[in-house]
Design a protein around this ligand. Structure first.
Ligand SMILES: [Zn+2]
Length: 145
């Protein structure tokens, strides 16, 4: 029992270390600039303000990184969005079917409703993941201006 608790604390500690500035996970989860992690890429941080869902700053005010690397850059985030939607759907299915032991129809309805509710979140996360594939964190960004 003590070993399980220690393992849990170790995993939690490792997870919290992955959320620190300087990691891709930090930039993906917070929507901050992938190069310097100093400011949000979005004009409105809340993805559920649907009118501002895709409104982004042109460049980072700290490190001058241009977010839209080329015209229509974020169309590629659609592929990431597809994969994320499937991952969310599988997670909702497992939670409803295995843990809550619902019927197949209820599980299907749960997946549909939850995916609709999570669409803005998935849209933002997929953009964050996509831009982090191309722009990497630079701890010396101040010297490279
Ligand atoms: Zn920046």
């Amino acid at each position: 029992m003590l070993q399980i608790k220690l393992l849990y604390e170790l995993l939690l500690c490792k997870f919290l270390q992955m959320l620190k500035k300087g990691t891709k996970l930090y930039s993906i989860l917070t929507g901050s600039c992938p190069k310097c992690h100093e400011e949000s890429m979005y004009l409105d941080k809340n993805p559920y303000h649907l009118g501002n869902l895709y409104k982004m700053h042109e460049t980072c005010s700290h490190c001058n990184t241009t977010y839209k690397i080329e015209p229509s850059f974020f169309y590629g985030a659609m592929y990431v969005s597809y994969a994320l939607s499937i991952a969310f759907g599988v997670a909702f299915f497992v939670i409803s079917r295995l843990f809550l032991q619902t019927t197949l129809l209820t599980s299907f309805i749960t997946i549909a409703v939850d995916l609709i509710v999570c669409t803005p979140l998935i849209a933002r996360l997929s953009r964050n993941i996509y831009i982090n594939m191309f722009i990497h964190f630079d701890k010396n960004w101040k010297q490279n201006l």
